[in-house]
Each structure stands twice: as structure tokens, then as C-alpha cells.
Design a protein around this ligand. Structure first.
Ligand code: AMP
Length: 285
């Protein structure tokens, strides 16, 4: 089947209803476009797992702060559409902002507590925007499965909580971070980096690699791990730490001592570009 592009909510709903009436399962991958291999890993898993795959490309204004990069966020719809068609996606959903948030729009979803930590502290309102748009998209697409990247660890945890708390039927799957060969996590925002900044951006994955090594060797003291990470990042003049935290995977609470399964997460400005990355580390005891 040739990929169909849909811009209207009503049309998306009808397409989904038709698929469901044929007994087909639906996999859904929400994105903001400017696709890379990270996105495509989710798309491929959806195609493998579900009978039909819907991908959305929607740059959601509700998740950008007033001084953030909504206007400048990279866009290339033609390329995205060609890539998705080649992958074998069934439906591409690209609503306009006024379709998703018509004049007078008032309703927002908050996953209280979880949304104010880590990235939420430096991006107030960000996760409220994310949860709101994802719930709206779930209501429109009615997927059986939806696929998200571990790259946005806090987003994944928040959305899993939203699905649990609101009794949604969709099953969320979180897939591993796809990286460049040198370790940099793929991100649409990497395109903002100049050559010098691209090199400097390696401090994110390097410091996470060091944290992982320390934990695997038995280091339990969170403060020592974070201070070693800070040392690595501060060695790079173009880098400025937004946050580094080691938290409990279940509730995002900061830890003082390493437990069985921890999330090491950080956000670092490289020049003006804010990048995030993380690693989950398991220990034996
Ligand atoms: P975005 O377009 O940035 O909103 O991302 C759409 C989806 O792709 C989200 O679930 C992200 O977590 C996921 N994603 C982005 N970058 C990566 C990556 N490097 N590896 C795996 N998943 C990713």
C-alpha cells in the first residue's frame, strides 16, 4: 500500500476505524520530524510489531518555552515523507497547529511531580505540553502500541505513568538510544552544531560512559560519580552543564547511593544548543 498523508483529525479517525474494523492492530510513532535513524528504529519496530503503522510529524508549540527554538526547529517535510514511504509506513499524520489547538483551546494534562524534575526544571511547562499532545494523538490514532526512545528518558517515564494513571489501553514500548559511531546520541537538534561544537558535544556520552564504568566497578557514592562527570564536562570550554542527576528509574527521585537500576541523565549546553543524553545502569546487588 502507498503511504497516505493525512492532515485532518476527522480523516485520521476514519482511517483508523476502517483498519480496526478489519481487525488490524495499529502501531504509532509520534515525532517532531527531521527524521534520523533514532526515529527510524521506532518506525521499524512498529512495522514489525503492528499490522499498520501511523507516524505523526507535529512540532508541538505547547512543549516549547517562549524563548526556545519552536520557530527555528528544523523542518523538512518532503524528505521525511519520502523516508517514511520507503520504510513502509501506512499513514503519515501531519496536522497543522490550528487543527490540534483551535482558538479557545483550554485543556492540559499534567503528570504531577514527575514533570518538574530534571529537564522539567529548566523547561517549565515542557512536559505538560508533551503529555497533552501525546494524549490527544492517542485519542485520535487509537493505537494498540506506541513507540518512544530512551533518548528522552523523562518523557518515556512520564508517558508510561500517564497511560497507567488514565487507564489508556495503548501499550508503550521504549527503545534504546541510537548513537553516531563516536557516541553522540542522534537528535534533530544536532544539526544546529558547527564543527567545533559537534566535537565538543562528545562530552555528554563520554561523561555518561565514565559514570557507567564507575558504577559497574562498584562505586556507590552518587556525589563522587557526578563530580567526576562534571570534571570531564568542565574540561570542554564550549560546554555548560544544565544538570547532571542520578535518579531512581521508577519515580525520578534523586539518589545519594547507587541502587539496582539507576538512570544517569544530563543536559548540557554546547554553545547555544541544549543537548540531553542518559544511560540506564544495572548493578548486581
Ligand atoms: P522527537 O522528534 O525529537 O520528538 O522524537 C520522536 C521520538 O524519537 C521520541 O520518542 C524520541 O525519544 C525518539 N528519539 C529521538 N532521538 C532518538 C535516538 N537517538 N534514539 C532513539 N530514539 C530517539
Amino acid at each position: 500500500m502507498k503511504m497516505k498523508t493525512i492532515t485532518k483529525i476527522g480523516e485520521m479517525r476514519s482511517a483508523v476505524k476502517a483498519l480496526k474494523s478489519q481487525g488490524k492492530t495499529i502501531g504509532f510513532v509520534p515525532t517532531m520530524g527531521y527524521l534520523h535513524e533514532g526515529h527510524l528504529s521506532l518506525v521499524r519496530e512498529s512495522i514489525k510489531k503492528a499490522d499498520s503503522t501511523v507516524v505523526s510529524v507535529f512540532i508541538n508549540p505547547a512543549q516549547f518555552g517562549p524563548t526556545e527554538d519552536f520557530e527555528d526547529y528544523p523542518r523538512d517535510m518532503k524528505r521525511d515523507s519520502e523516508i517514511l514511504e520507503k520504510e513502509g509506513v501506512d499513514y503519515l499524520f501531519v496536522p497543522e497547529v490550528k487543527e490540534m489547538y483551535p482558538e479557545g483551546y483550554k485543556t492540559y494534562v499534567e503528570v504531577c511531580g514527575f514533570q518538574d524534575r530534571l529537564c522539567g526544571r529548566s523547561r517549565p511547562g515542557h512536559f505538560r505540553g508533551v503529555s497533552t499532545v501525546v494524549l490527544k494523538l492517542f485519542n485520535i490514532v487509537n493505537p494498540d502500541f506506541s513507540f518512544f526512545g530512551q533518548k528522552d528518558a523523562q518523557q518515556a517515564i512520564i508517558l508510561e505513568k500517564m497511560v497507567q494513571d488514565l487507564d489508556l489501553e495503548v501499550k508503550i514500548e521504549i527503545l534504546p538510544i541510537i548513537r553516531e559511531e563516536d557516541g553522540l546520541a542522534l537528535s534533530s537538534r544536532n544539526t544546529y552544531l558547527n564543527t567545533e561544537e559537534r566535537r565538543a558535544a562528545l562530552v555528554l556520552s563520554e561523561s555518561l560512559g565514565e559514570a557507567q564504568k564507575m558504577i559497574e566497578k562498584g562505586e556507590k557514592d552518587v556525589e563522587s560519580i557526578i563530580s567526576r562527570m562534571k570534571e570531564i564536562i568542565k574540561g570542554e570550554p564550549l560546554a555548560k552543564i544544565d544538570y547532571i542527576e542520578i535518579v531512581d528509574m521508577d519515580n525520578l527521585n534523586p539518589l545519594t547511593s547507587i541502587g539496582k537500576k539507576v538512570l544517569v541523565a544530563l543536559a548540557v549546553f554546547i554553545g547555544k544548543v541544549r543537548l540531553i543524553d542518559n544511560v540506564i545502569v544495572h548493578t548486581k546487588e
